[in-house]
Design a binder for this molecule. Structure first.
Ligand SMILES: [Zn+2]
Length: 72
């Protein structure tokens, strides 16, 4: 299975913090969802290049979170 996104890939997305279209980059981050104390390391996420905010989690990373019991 080939993932559509890789670490270091650039994309465009709407950053909720900047409130505009920004250039984003895919990076491996430790993700912690608000309602859980569990952290999932090395999750591929979309990061705003202007404010370093995690903009989105690509669908390919969702099973990884679900496995850890974070996304239901
Ligand atoms: Zn931003």
């Amino acid at each position: 299975m080939k993932f559509p996104w890789n670490v270091g890939d650039y994309a465009s997305n709407t950053c909720p913090r900047c409130r505009k279209m920004v250039r984003t980059r895919f990076e491996l981050r430790t993700v912690r969802l608000a309602r859980s104390r569990l952290c999932v390391p090395d999750v591929l996420v979309d990061v705003c290049q202007e404010c370093d905010h995690m903009v989105s989690i690509p669908p390919q990373s969702v099973p990884q979170l679900r496995e850890a019991g974070l996304a239901k």
